[in-house]
Design a protein around this ligand. Structure first.
Ligand SMILES: *[C@@H]1O[C@H](CO)[C@@H](O)[C@H](O)[C@H]1NC(C)=O
Ligand SMILES: *[C@@H]1O[C@H](CO)[C@@H](O)[C@H](O)[C@H]1NC(C)=O
Ligand SMILES: *[C@@H]1O[C@H](CO)[C@@H](O)[C@H](O)[C@H]1NC(C)=O
Ligand SMILES: *[C@@H]1O[C@H](CO)[C@@H](O)[C@H](O)[C@H]1NC(C)=O
Ligand SMILES: *[C@@H]1O[C@H](CO)[C@@H](O)[C@H](O)[C@H]1NC(C)=O
Ligand SMILES: *[C@@H]1O[C@H](CO)[C@@H](O)[C@H](O)[C@H]1NC(C)=O
Ligand SMILES: *[C@@H]1O[C@H](CO)[C@@H](O)[C@H](O)[C@H]1NC(C)=O
Length: 471
C-alpha cells in the first residue's frame, strides 16, 4: 500500500515536473545552467558556448545526442559574456534575453502589443510563444537559423514577394549570420545566394508531375523522407518529414556554403552526410574569399597566390576561407615604385570584370600597369578583348591541366613580392644574361673588326713604304 502511494506520488511528481520543464512563463525564467526540455525529450534549450568561444548564446540542441548539435540560436549576433547574470524570460508579452545587473535587453521576439504568456519548446524543435487562449503569436520555425528541421517550412510570401531564409553561421564558433543563404523564389525553386544576392546554385522549379525539384533528380531514390510542396494564392513552401519518426535528420546551410542533409547514425554515434549541394567546394561562390584560389583537386581547397597570405590564419586553420587573402606587401602605386604582374595560368576568370576595350596583349598589360586601380588583367586571344579587374578578385578557380577553357590572369604585385625562382623569374634572368652575352659578343666583333682594319692599314702602309724604298 505504501509503495503504491510512493509510485503514484512519484508519477504525479514526474508528470508535473516534465510538463512544466518545456515552458518559460511568469513562474519560470531561464538563467545560468538551467535548461528546458521538449515534452518528448528530443530537444533541450539553454545557454551554450560554440566550440572554444568565450561567448554565451541561448540555443536549442538534441537532448539525446552525444555530440552537442545546435539547431537554433536566439541571440545569433548578440552574445552575452556571463550566463549567470543573464536571464531569458517573458516580459511585456515577449520572450526577452536580459544581461547583467542592469538587465540590459539583448534579444527579444519583438512583438508589438503582444499578450503572450508563455514560451513552449515543442518536440519537433519549434519554440512557440502563446497567449492565454493557446494561439501561437510567434514561432522559431518562422525565424530559422542555419538548420531546416523536419516539419519546418521555408516560405515564399507571394504578397510581399519575400522569402524566409536559412542563413549559415559566420564560422563554426560564431553563429552570427554568415555569407551563405538558402531561399525560395517566385518560380518555386530554392536557390543558394552569396552575400544575399549572388546566386550559385538552384534546385530548379518544383515539378508537379514527378514530385521533385527539376535539378535534384536524386529525390526520386528517396525512401526515408516524405516530401511535399504547397502553393496557394498567398504563399508557397516545401516541407519534409521522416517516414520513420525515430530517424533523426537535419538540413543545414553550412559554413562551407553547401546545403547538407545529415542523418544521425545510432551505431556509430555520429552524423552521416546523406546529400549535399553544390557537389564541389569550388562551385560555392567565392569559397576562398578575395584573391583566394580554389582547387577541387588539392587539399586544402584554398590557396593564396604568390605574394599573398591568408587574411586570418586562425580562420584558415579551421577551414573557414571566406575572409580570403591579403598582400604581403601593401601595393604602392607612386613614381619610382615598381609593380609587376604574376601570371596565374589555367584559371577560370573571376566574374566581376570590366571590358576595357579591344586591343593587343601588350597594350592591355601596359594600360593596366598605368592605372593604379587595375588589380589584374587578362587578354582574350580570340576576340582581342582586354579584361580588367578594379575591385578585389573574387571566385578564382584553378582548372585542370587539360581544360581548354582555362585562361591566364595577370595579377598586380609589388615587385618585391614577385617570385624569384619561378619560371618568369628564370626567363627574366635568362634574358638579362642573354643580353649581356649578346652585347659582349658584339663588342668582341667590333674589336676584331678594328684590329683587322688596323692590321690591314699597317700592311698597306708597309707595302707602300717598301715600294717607296724600291723606287
Ligand atoms: C512595432 O512598432 C514599431 C513602432 O511603433 C514599428 O516600427 C515596428 O515595425 C513594429 N513591429 C512590428 C513587428 O509590427
Ligand atoms: C556584401 O554586400 C554588402 C552590400 O550589400 C557589402 O557592403 C559587403 O562588403 C559585401 N560583403 C562582402 C564580403 O563582399
Ligand atoms: C500541382 O497539381 C495540383 C493538381 O494535381 C494542383 O492543384 C496544384 O495547383 C499544382 N501546383 C502547382 C505548383 O502547379
Ligand atoms: C506525408 O506528408 C504529408 C503532408 O505533410 C502528410 O499529409 C502525409 O500523411 C505524409 N505521409 C506519410 C506516409 O507520412
Ligand atoms: C494559403 O494557405 C495558408 C495556410 O497554409 C493560409 O493561411 C492562407 O489563408 C491561404 N491563402 C489563401 C488565399 O487561401
Ligand atoms: C531509421 O531508423 C531505423 C529504426 O530505428 C533504422 O533501422 C534505420 O537504419 C534508420 N535509417 C536511417 C537512414 O538512419
Ligand atoms: C582607371 O580605370 C578605372 C576603371 O576602368 C577608370 O574608371 C579610371 O578612370 C582609370 N583611371 C585612369 C587614370 O585612367
Amino acid at each position: 500500500m505504501v509503495s503504491f502511494f510512493c509510485v503514484l506520488f512519484s508519477f504525479f511528481f514526474l508528470c508535473s515536473h516534465v510538463s512544466s520543464a518545456d515552458t518559460i512563463s511568469a513562474d519560470f525564467t531561464l538563467s545560468g545552467d538551467q535548461t528546458i526540455f521538449s515534452s518528448g525529450g528530443t530537444f533541450k534549450m539553454g545557454f551554450f558556448q560554440p566550440g572554444t568561444s568565450s561567448n554565451f548564446y541561448i540555443g536549442m540542441w538534441y537532448q539525446q545526442l552525444s555530440k552537442q548539435t545546435v539547431v537554433w540560436v536566439a541571440n545569433r549576433d548578440k552574445p552575452v559574456s556571463d550566463k549567470s547574470t543573464s536571464v531569458l524570460k517573458i516580459s511585456d508579452g515577449n520572450l526577452v534575453l536580459l544581461e547583467g545587473n542592469n538587465q540590459t535587453p539583448v534579444w527579444s521576439t519583438g512583438l508589438n502589443s503582444s499578450s503572450a504568456r508563455q514560451a513552449v519548446l515543442l518536440d519537433d524543435g519549434n519554440l512557440v510563444l502563446r497567449d492565454d487562449s493557446g494561439s501561437v503569436l510567434w514561432q522559431s520555425f518562422d525565424h530559422p537559423g542555419d538548420t531546416w528541421l523536419p516539419g519546418a517550412k521555408i516560405r515564399y510570401d507571394k504578397r510581399t514577394k519575400k522569402s524566409q531564409r536559412l542563413t549559415s553561421w559566420t564560422s563554426i564558433e560564431d553563429p552570427s549570420p554568415g555569407l551563405f543563404s538558402l531561399e525560395l523564389d517566385e518560380s518555386t525553386a530554392y536557390k543558394i545566394l552569396w552575400n544575399g544576392s549572388t546566386e550559385y546554385w538552384s534546385s530548379g522549379p518544383w515539378n508537379n508531375q514527378s514530385k521533385l525539384f527539376d535539378s535534384v533528380p536524386e529525390m526520386r531514390l528517396n525512401y526515408i523522407f516524405n516530401y511535399s510542396f504547397f502553393s496557394n494564392a498567398t504563399e508557397s513552401y516545401f516541407t519534409y518529414s521522416m517516414y520513420n519518426t525515430q530517424n533523426i535528420s537535419r538540413l543545414v546551410m553550412d559554413v562551407s556554403g553547401q546545403i547538407r542533409q545529415s542523418t544521425w547514425l545510432n551505431n556509430n554515434n555520429q552524423w552521416n552526410l546523406f546529400w549535399s549541394q553544390p557537389r564541389q567546394r569550388c562551385q560555392v561562390y567565392s569559397y576562398c574569399g578575395s584573391f583566394g584560389i580554389c582547387n577541387d583537386k588539392s587539399l586544402p581547397f584554398c590557396q593564396c597566390p604568390q605574394g599573398f597570405r591568408p587574411k586570418s590564419q586562425k580562420d584558415w586553420d579551421v577551414q573557414d576561407y571566406s575572409a580570403g587573402c591579403v598582400r604581403k606587401t601593401e601595393l604602392q602605386c607612386s613614381r619610382g615604385v615598381i609593380n609587376q604582374f604574376l601570371p596565374l595560368t589555367n584559371v577560370k576568370l573571376p566574374d566581376n570584370l570590366e571590358v576595357w576595350g579591344i586591343t593587343t596583349f601588350t597594350i592591355c598589360g601596359s594600360t593596366c600597369l598605368g592605372n593604379c586601380s587595375c588589380m589584374a588583367y587578362a587578354h582574350d586571344e580570340s576576340s582581342n578583348r582586354c579584361l580588367m579587374w578594379t575591385k578585389d578578385v573574387l571566385n578564382l578557380r584553378q582548372l585542370e591541366e587539360d581544360y581548354s577553357e582555362g585562361n591566364t590572369l595577370y595579377l598586380r604585385l609589388s615587385a618585391s613580392d614577385m617570385p624569384s625562382s619561378s619560371s618568369s623569374g628564370k626567363s627574366n634572368k635568362a634574358m638579362i644574361f642573354g643580353a649581356v652575352l649578346g652585347s659582349l659578343g658584339a663588342l668582341a666583333l667590333v674589336l676584331l673588326a678594328v684590329i683587322i682594319m688596323l692590321r690591314y692599314c699597317r700592311r698597306k702602309r708597309m707595302r707602300a713604304e717598301k715600294s717607296d724604298g724600291t723606287l
